[in-house]
Design a protein around this ligand. Structure first.
Ligand SMILES: [Zn+2]
Length: 49
């Protein structure tokens, strides 16, 4: 899927066991067993359950 922020790049999908979500203005949010999608252009992480 395309980045929901810039709509210009495909998101890289990464399976993670432990992820500290500290991008896009959020801090100290720890997620477990998540799929994280990150954009190579705007470097913004997007998390979908
Ligand atoms: Zn983007």
């Amino acid at each position: 899927m395309l980045c929901v922020n810039c709509y210009a790049y495909e998101l890289n999908e990464i399976q993670v066991d432990y992820y500290v979500y500290n991008e896009c203005g959020l801090f100290n949010v720890v997620l477990r067993d998540m799929t994280v999608r990150s954009c190579p252009y705007c470097n913004c992480g997007h998390v979908f359950e």
